[in-house]
Design a protein around this ligand. Structure first.
Ligand code: 5GP
Ligand code: MN
Length: 315
């Protein structure tokens, strides 16, 4: 399938991705946006997304994103990238009422919500999958950069097990466009502000190991986030840092989003299928990286999650 074939008749096209957009979500949405705008100058193309983190300011035309979802528009074609319809947030009604719905994703928990569904869980990222659906001869440096950002973010700069030979081949093609990929990796992936580093330090300091050190959990509450003046976007990377602690099989990180409500991130080194656990609690993701939102006290949530982890580790 090629994207351009799917939008041949369209006069209006909408694009969106998931709430709390990460690098792959922003990268895929923006690369498709830039591509379609260039290829179809007579078509109205709009992109909807929650405000991306400042680090993505290097992506061309990122300020053209509509962060306000209040519109009566009915699009001929609407793309949902990097998620299922349940995580579209404010863009969900736009997707539902579109003439043709297209869903492109690499999450194993996605059952497909479009008239056209391209779901390939073995892909490192939605950006990698999207690359295969675009006409490579029509790419330019800005589109390539957005795709590259998505790939490196979802495979931890080619570190995670979702990285395949194809991931490297595509990355090799993309860096031929000449953008400064080394700077891009530093500035969008590794670099942390001082307070981001401080709050990560606190989360590591206050982490607790259990199951003989095979599991580790940490939490940041509202009060602490307010003290450091940080939001959810500033907590990225904490769970990954917990996972790479020696002996850890499964890492859990949560932050308070409301009264008795926590956003949970889980990471596994391979023995535990965290996607299966996240799905049980209404979330989703990948075998080694998944998340959900849980209600209840912090300790109840740890108990409920650890029961699931234990079941898997003992089976
Ligand atoms: P993170 O822990 O970095 O927020 O997310 C890890 C992976 O799980 C990502 O692929 C993300 O899209 C997915 N994920 C995180 N939270 C949720 C959720 O609440 N629902 C679903 N379906 N997927 C989630
Ligand atoms: Mn992704």
């Amino acid at each position: 399938m090629k994207i351009i074939e799917e939008v041949k008749e369209a006069k209006t096209i909408g694009i969106s991705g998931h709430i709390r957009p990460d690098g792959d979500c922003v990268g895929s949405v923006m690369s498709l946006y830039l591509y379609l705008k260039k290829e179809l100058p007579d078509v109205r193309v709009d992109v909807y997304l929650e405000q991306p983190a400042e680090i993505f300011g290097c992506i061309k035309d990122i300020n053209e994103i509509h962060t306000d979802f209040e519109t009566d528009m009915v699009y001929d074609v609407f793309f949902t990238l990097d998620c299922n319809t349940d995580r579209l947030g404010g863009a969900q009604p736009l997707f539902e009422r579109a003439g043709k719905k297209i869903n492109i994703d690499h999450h194993i928990s996605n059952t497909g919500c479009g008239d056209v569904n391209i779901i390939e869980p073995e892909r490192s990222s939605t950006c990698e999958l999207l690359y295969e659906l675009l006409d490579v001869s029509k790419l330019d440096e800005e589109i390539a950069k957005a795709l590259y950002i998505g790939i490196i973010h979802d495979c931890g700069v080619f570190q995670y097990s979702n990285t395949s030979p194809r991931t490297f081949q595509i990355a090799a093609e993309l860096i031929k466009f000449g953008f400064d990929f080394s700077k891009l990796i530093d500035e969008t992936f590794y670099e942390k502000t001082y307070v981001q580093s401080q709050i990560m330090g606190r989360a590591l300091l206050e982490s607790i190991r259990f199951m003989e050190g095979k599991c580790i959990v940490s939490m940041v509450d509202r009060k602490t986030m307010d003290f450091y003046h940080v939001g959810p976007k500033d907590l990225d990377g904490i769970v990954n840092q917990l996972r790479i602690i020696k002996g850890v099989e499964c890492a859990i990180f949560m932050y308070e989003v409301g009264t008795l409500e926590y956003k949970v991130s889980m990471r596994s080194c391979g023995e535990v299928d965290v996607a299966a656990i996240a799905v049980k609690f209404g979330g989703g993701g990948h075998v080694r990286a998944a998340g959900c939102t849980m209600n209840g006290t912090y300790h109840d949530n740890i108990n409920n999650l650890s029961k699931q982890i234990e079941e898997q580790l003992l089976s």
